[in-house]
Ligand binder design. Sequence first.
Ligand code: MN3
Length: 203
Amino acid sequence: AKRHKYTLPDLPYDYNAPEPVISAAIMHLHHAKHHAAYVNNLNLAMQQLHDADLAKDPLRISTISQAIKFNAGGHANHSMFWQNLIPVKAARGQPHGRLLELIERDFGSFLGFQASFSQQAISIQGSGWAWLTVDPKTSKLAIGSTQNQDTIPGQVPLLGLDVWEHAYYLQYKNARPDYVKAIWQIINWDDVSDRLATAVVTK
Ligand code: MN3
């Protein structure tokens, strides 16, 4: 049987569209090199898993599974991240509708949510992601974080912020708080709302 191949998705905007919040140089490197590497390494690991399975080699399967977890997470997280962002000129500053209602219910206010999310993103040690998630059963929103390219089990991610140094270092150097502060200018709240609507079916 022919093996399925994962492919690098096109960005929904030009590399320079998020400027000046994120430079075109970072966007290009991040998408065409980093994200592409997760995709290539996922394809490689899936082939190795297939081979190890045919060889009935559980030790190799266990080792390869760690590479699959990392690279599949990287592919999933970045595919979402590009959609979560929007060109500066198209950006609206705030969420609206059902999403805003739930943010106000669960965090008190949009400003309160922003502060908590930012603090979460700034305080991640080493490489990882900050998340706004929804529990699809209860519609409860939550802020969380993961290390490396881990995903959050049981929760549906609505908004993810990459705080690996490759996401900001060329432009912001070690000042992660400045990157986190600036990113709010280019959040695609329509995309976040769409993910909420898909995750939580209103009864
Ligand atoms: Mn990244």
